[in-house]
Design a protein around this ligand. Structure first.
Ligand code: GLU
Length: 497
């Protein structure tokens, strides 16, 4: 007998009236880009409608459990600014929010569904694999037509059982998806799926319907791989007499035209992207546009803060065509975010990368961050850009020859000698003074600044491409080191001539 008192008490807890969405990840140990996008859309719908964003952990698949995996979920949501209003850690009116902690609930609802005629106890010992191969036709399952008395007898005898959904043999089921529209399937193509397994645990397909209902979920956002299960979910809702939530199935995120992104095939997860030097904000902004596009006057806009996304996000903007993940595009987004950061904030995120290459504490990390900020796409490219600070690299004298700056070997030697003298006489080692020395020299010689600055920068850095120019690099190196490197340049040129 179903425990109707208990069920009524659960039903009374369900919040009604406002939008409630849930992100329901399985703890796999990493955040797939597609999952993060689901989390984001789920969050945006809740915030856009002034509703509630819920985190539910779907851990019924015990075989897939990974140590510390739930922490990865919390950490990712926190870093991406997708703070949840209800969840295992913050609680809420429909706790618990972890599926394994909800185990007793599913059985009770399944018993009720049996009484309502939409599920049945099945005592067959046919293995699931026989169903999968089609050798056993569920339509002919003898347990489907057991009388309540026969069922009760078998239960009393302690026979092991599963509880199956009773799918009508006739007719069809139509469900509506916000992006895919109406989809109709013949009921005869749907199987009497297991709802409660022999061990008493629910199947995923049953648990998520019960949880979505018990948690008052109004919008179910999930990957399109669940589209084919949606008719069975509808039949469950109808079997219980419950309202059906809005479905928002999202097309997969692809690595190319034909293949989904996949961690197994080496595509990056969210954590991988962060390790590769991408900023959370840039990743969030970029993935928002992988499968959703803004409407009207925002149609061309690409850069959105999270609050702007909340305002602009409409369900009608979600696309049913798969989007391709383009790492080059993400690099572009990342550089836009890096350039827009407050200098102190950039210095803070860049410092660990700066210190990978620059170990000498005399060189100020914030000053080096200053020359990097406008020239960095991803944080991981920082170390190789500034590898010349700790030690002047071995370089070829030919670097002094630069057509565009109109420099050659003898001219460069001349310049370095003059700059050496002027630098040595400087009392103040600041940008303005350092620059003044070089522009003064250029003016005196009737030359463009580049003819002076090029050889100085080569002498200071030993490489043709550097973040920052001669002035900033000289300032950061300090006068003694700058003079030492200029002297080394003079010796190199003398030897080459
Ligand atoms: N736990 C499922 C997953 O991680 C979520 C499916 C759903 O949102 O309903 O794929």
């Amino acid at each position: 007998m179903a425990d109707m008192e208990w069920i009524a008490a659960q039903e009374a807890k369900i919040p009604h009236g406002a939008v409630r969405t849930r992100f329901a990840p399985s703890p796999t140990g990493y955040m797939h880009v597609g999952n993060l996008r689901t989390a984001l859309y789920t969050y945006l719908i809740a915030r856009h409608f002034g509703g509630t964003f819920i985190l539910r952990i779907e851990d019924t698949d015990q075989g897939r459990l990974v140590e510390g995996a739930v922490d990865v979920i919390y950490k990712t949501l926190r870093e991406c600014g997708l703070e949840h209003d209800e969840g295992p850690d913050v609680g809420g009116p429909v706790a618990p929010y972890v599926q394994t902690e909800r185990k007793p609930f599913y059985k009770k609802y399944a018993e009720w569904l049996v009484e309502r005629g939409h599920a049945y106890y099945c005592f067959c010992d046919k293995a699931e694999s026989e169903e999968a191969t089609g050798e056993f036709d569920r339509g002919d399952d003898p347990c489907r037509s057991l009388t309540p008395e026969e069922t009760a007898q078998k239960l009393a005898a302690g026979l092991p059982y599963v509880i199956r959904q009773r799918i009508p043999h006739e007719g069809s089921t139509t469900f509506h998806d916000e992006s895919y529209g109406d989809i109709t399937v013949e009921n005869a193509t749907l199987d009497d799926q297991v709802l409660i397994k022999r061990d008493g645990l629910p199947t995923y397909n049953f648990a998520n319907v019960i949880d979505d209902h018990m948690m008052g979920i109004t919008h179910v956002v999930r990957g399109s791989e669940y589209l084919s299960s949606a008719p069975k979910y509808n039949l469950l809702y109808e079997g219980f007499g419950w309202p059906i939530p809005k479905y928002v199935h999202c097309a997969p995120v692809m690595r190319d035209q034909h293949n989904k992104m996949s961690k197994r095939h080496g595509d990056p997860s969210y954590e991988d992207l962060i390790a590769q030097g991408f900023l959370s904000e840039a990743v969030v902004n970029y993935i928002a546009l992988l499968g959703w596009s803004p409407a009207g006057e925002l149609a061309e806009q690409e850069i959105f803060t999270k609050d702007e996304l909340v305002d602009a996000f409409e369900l009608s903007g979600i696309s049913k065509s798969p989007a391709i993940f383009d790492i080059e595009k993400l690099r572009h987004f990342n550089s836009v975010y890096i350039r827009a950061m407050a200098p102190e904030k950039f210095a803070a995120v860049a410092e660990p990368f700066i210190r990978q290459a620059v170990k000498n504490p005399a060189y100020d990390a914030a000053a080096i961050a200053g020359i990097l900020q406008q020239r960095t796409e991803v944080l991981t490219e920082i170390p190789e850009k500034i590898d010349f600070f700790d030690a002047l690299p071995e370089y070829d004298a030919e670097l002094y020859v630069h057509k565009k700056s109109k420099t050659d070997l003898p001219g460069s030697l001349e310049t370095l000698k003059k700059v050496q003298e002027a630098f040595a006489a400087l009392t103040d080692w600041r940008d303005e003074q350092i620059l003044g020395v070089m522009t003064g020299l250029a003016e005196a010689e009737g030359a463009k600044n580049a003819r002076i600055m090029w050889p100085v920068r080569i002498a200071l850095a030993g490489k043709a491409v550097t973040p920052g120019g001669a002035v900033e690099i000289a300032r950061i190196l300090g006068r003694d080191e700058a003079l030492r490197r200029i002297r080394a340049g003079i010796e190199k040129l003398e030897a080459a001539l």
